[in-house]
Design a protein around this ligand. Structure first.
Ligand code: MN
Length: 382
């Protein structure tokens, strides 16, 4: 590595954030600022361990707790969206890791890009809801967006050293989630705990539910479209139960290049933070013979309505991806609280597509507006 990198992390107490801090520790990166939603205890602990100059607790209910936990420390304590944006706008950082959950991540991403700071992006809603805004601004300011999502990291890795103009399509792999092979009638009475039991990856609640409905793959489809400037027709989704092939790309000569590894987020997190270096990683090495068989199948678009709705949304364009994302966030929240049934998530997400007519996203306010409209729609329906 050339020099010590200065890094700030939004979402430092989550699954991606804590693993990123392990990478920071291993490679002696300088942590400038950390932010979390509500876990004041862990945030304070991380702040002390990594000597952060600044911390932000998004939910101001926990501000007092954080303040008392950090009593006597020389650290700036912030709250709310203002705090996240202040951290994102710090000119002295080399890279901002944005791993917050949900739409909250969009404005800090835009702030970092305005400041010409490279981003390691784990917040997929940012690109789903405001993809055109983010990518246009990033191109204008010459900012790199390094994908942290394992599939997009895989595609990014497969694109290294080849000509982007000679790319034919990408193959986005999906684990299929805990309900692969099930039909609609099998899923009527799925409980929250069943939906939270993911076979390969351990993640936060929202993304785990999204993985069980395949909404996550739909969001990734949209994310890939923006990150790699593709048409929806250039993206093929393939169910690959073992999560060893993290995705692949196909070039004009029909050569397919895939990136493989054990299912461990450490690899994509580390690659995004340390790019272009490939240094020793604490994850296990891949043994292909331990797996023996790798399987590939077509997804079931009829059962997993969220996936179908996402592809339809990006084909229609405009505000549709933002609208289904907002509807989904709201529906998943209700499902986690036991207020709606599992299959209602997919129904609500598909329904919004037909309830809204086409409109453009031109500004950040448009994103906020359509996101809210979609959430209000879901709340009226339940
Ligand atoms: Mn993923």
């Amino acid at each position: 590595m050339n020099k010590v990198k200065n890094i700030s992390i939004l979402g430092s107490t989550g699954s991606i954030g804590t693993q990123a801090l392990e990478v920071a520790k291993m490679y002696n990166l300088n942590i400038k600022a950390l932010a979390a939603n509500s876990n004041a205890e862990l945030l304070a602990k991380q702040c002390k361990e990594f000597n952060a100059e600044c911390v932000c607790i998004y939910d101001d209910k926990y501000y007092k707790e954080l303040k008392s936990l950090l009593f006597g420390q020389n650290v700036k304590i912030l709250t709310g969206m203002e705090g996240l944006c202040e951290i994102a706008s710090d000119n002295s950082i080399d890279i901002l890791l944005n791993s917050v959950v949900g739409m909250v991540g969009l404005l800090p991403t835009l702030k970092a890009i305005e400041n010409k700071t490279d981003i390691a992006l784990a917040n997929k809603e940012t690109l789903v809801a405001g993809g055109n805004l983010v990518m246009e601004l990033a191109a204008k300011n010459g900012v790199n967006i390094f994908p942290v999502d394992s599939e997009h990291s895989a595609i990014f890795q497969c694109l290294q050293g080849n000509k982007r103009s000679q790319l034919k399509k990408i193959i986005l792999t999906a684990s299929g989630g805990p309900f692969f092979g099930k039909k609609l009638s099998d899923l009527e009475n799925v409980t929250v705990n069943e939906a939270l039991a993911h076979p390969n990856w351990s993640m936060g609640n929202k993304i785990t539910i999204d993985s069980s409905t395949l909404m996550n793959k739909g969001l990734e489809f949209i994310e890939a479209k923006w990150l790699f400037d593709l048409t929806p027709e250039q993206i093929e989704i393939v169910v690959h139960r073992q999560s060893v092939v993290h995705s692949a790309v196909e070039y004009n000569d029909n050569s397919v290049i895939a990136q493989m590894g054990v299912p461990d987020m450490k690899i994509p997190i580390q690659y995004a933070i340390l790019y272009p270096d490939r240094l020793k990683c604490s994850c296990k090495a891949l043994s292909l013979t331990d797996y023996g068989t790798l399987t590939f199948e077509k997804p079931d678009f009829e059962t997993f309505k969220c996936l179908t709705a996402c592809i339809e949304a990006i084909k229609r364009g405009g505000a549709y991806p933002c609208i289904i994302n907002g509807a989904n966030e709201e529906a998943v929240g209700h499902f986690l609280k036991g207020k709606i049934k599992f299959l209602e998530i997919g129904e609500l997400v598909s329904n919004v597509l037909d309830k809204f007519s086409y409109s453009e996203i031109v500004t950040y306010e448009d994103v906020i507006n359509w996101d809210k409209e979609a959430r209000d729609f879901v709340n009226r329906m339940i």
